[in-house]
Ligand binder design. Structure first.
Ligand code: PLP
Length: 437
């Protein structure tokens, strides 16, 4: 399968280059030339196979031409070494728990899959030098990428994070790993970290001295595998009730919209999703677009669902492209809701007292959007994108109860923090990287 850029100047690019480059040379996002259709027969028996086998079928449709079947199977199995259960919360609302991976957030799947695929393509290149992944993080992305790439051959990861501005749990998830993961503690803000990474990608000396790439959610190998979740949602709901599956609405807590876009691709492949809901916090640029047809990015505001604090969602270009730039077509498939911090807090409280289910602040937006948006006869699945313990300080403050920290998180916190202090000034970052080349 070949890929083109949403900016239309670049086309016919092979998957290997798409994954190694990340962003197209015309600054657009890569899209597959066509979205393969899965025969409808497949959906009749979708509740039979295991999640991994189901995911492999989807992966094969998307990547089967470009990756050897055995290797692709290994990538999928390696990525999905944990459960993705569907949990009933109310009579017509279900939670698809995407937080049973190594760092307890949904980005684990994309990061793990991408690391395997990147390593596969690097090993097939003439230039066999190590690839250096640079990632700026405000918390969650860094932990998913660091753990996803841990120990993967041929790749070194540098995580840049703002000193004193990520939670202790998050920090422990990328500073205690060692091996091919180096944490750089930047004297500055998240924006400074991002600026350092951007300057590095544009710097001629650095690019001549070492191979650099990014691991953010614009990478096809990170965003597309998230389509697996939607097939799992349908398969699990069908096991519970045929009628529910036939009337399934999926609500996605959204920031950069990678996760939701993967769901839209799943639907285009033939997955019977009735419609989607994009759940937002106060960063409601996408909702404004749905309501007005105008897209006006603006600086993000910080909220208690901070992994969704995005003012210019990077995958918006993909959504437009997928729907032929038709506002009407987009609003037929997707509607939106937004919630303030106070509303998120009362949703967490109400859901806990009425159903016993413990939401994290991101999942809470997804759940509330179903409460507000489901119509008669519809069944809702929201993607619970993070374990509530990842945001334990916030959730404990809201509920006034102690949250159990899962074993996996406790293990990280026992590790020894190793990080390299870095100023926010590009010259010193560049000198540091060159010393590693
Ligand atoms: C990244 C993230 C999101 C937003 O996902 P996008 O694909 O960027 O829309 C939602 N919830 C959590 C917990 C996240 O880490």
């Amino acid at each position: 399968m070949l890929y083109y850029s949403t900016n239309n100047k670049v086309k016919d690019v092979a998957l290997s280059d798409v994954v190694i480059k990340g962003l197209a040379d015309d600054n657009g996002l890569f899209m597959p030339d066509y979205i393969p259709a899965i025969p409808s027969m497949f959906f009749e028996h979708i509740d039979k196979p295991e999640f991994r086998d189901l995911a492999y079928t989807v992966a094969y449709m998307l990547f089967g031409e470009d990756v050897h079947a055995n290797m692709l199977k290994m990538m999928v199995n390696d990525t999905l070494s944990f459960d993705v259960p569907l949990v009933k919360v109310t009579d017509n609302i279900f939670s698809l728990e995407l937080f049973h991976g190594p760092t307890l957030a949904f980005k684990d799947v994309g990061a793990r899959f991408m690391s395997r695929m990147l390593s596969y393509f690097i090993q097939r290149q003439d230039d066999r030098r190590n690839v250096n992944v640079l990632v700026a993080t405000s918390g969650d992305t860094g932990s998913a990428v660091a753990n996803g790439f841990l120990g993967v051959e041929g790749i070194h990861v540098y995580v840049l994070y703002p000193k004193g501005q990520v939670s202790q749990i998050q920090e422990s998830q990328f500073t205690t790993l060692g091996k091919n993961i180096t944490a750089l503690e930047v004297e500055g803000s998240f924006d400074d970290c991002q600026a350092l990474v951007k300057s590095a990608f544009l710097d001629n000396d650095l690019n001549a001295a070492m191979k650099l790439t990014s691991a953010n959610s614009i990478n096809v190998a990170r965003f597309l595998p998230q389509a697996f979740y939607y097939f799992q949602a349908y398969a699990q709901l069908k096991k519970i009730s045929e009628k529910a599956a036939a009337n399934m609405v999926i609500s996605v807590p959204s920031g950069n919209f990678g996760n939701l876009t993967a769901g839209l691709v799943a639907k285009r492949m033939g997955l019977p999703v009735k419609r989607f809901i994009a759940a937002n916090n106060r960063n409601d640029i996408f909702l404004n677009y749905l309501q007005t047809g105008e897209y006006n990015p603006r600086p993000s505001v910080s909220t208690i669902a901070n992994a969704m604090d995005v003012g210019n969602p990077s995958n918006f270009a993909r959504i437009l492209n997928l729907y032929g730039y038709s506002h009407h077509a987009i609003t037929t498939d997707i509607c939106g809701y937004k919630y303030t911090d106070e509303e998120i807090a009362s949703t967490i409280r109400e859901c806990r007292s009425e159903t016993g289910y413990l939401l994290d602040p991101h999942g809470a937006c997804g759940y509330q959007a179903l409460k507000d948006g489901l119509k008669e006869g519809e069944y809702g699945v929201f993607l619970e994108t993070a374990h509530p313990a990842k945001f334990n300080e916030t959730v404990e403050r809201i509920l006034g109860e102690k949250i159990d920290i899962p074993e996996k998180l406790q293990e990280f916190m026992k590790g020894e923090k190793q990080s390299i202090p870095m100023s926010a000034d590009f010259a010193s970052f560049k000198a540091y990287l060159l010393s590693k080349a």
